[in-house]
Design a protein around this ligand. Sequence first.
Ligand SMILES: [Zn+2]
Length: 62
Amino acid sequence: MNCSFCGKEIKKGTGIMFVKKDGTTFNFCSRKCEKNLLKLKRNPRNTKWTNEYHKIKKGTKK
Ligand SMILES: [Zn+2]
């Protein structure tokens, strides 16, 4: 399972699960990721420390 925000792997038994009212489930590796997505409404694509950001950066280089 991977973090819904940063994309890093979450080990079993760790992390935070969050279910929205509409039934969408998020998994977070840390409170930091939870806060960034739910409270600050940041896009992982524009957040430098996420895997998502690095993936896109790599993709655009080629
Ligand atoms: Zn994370």
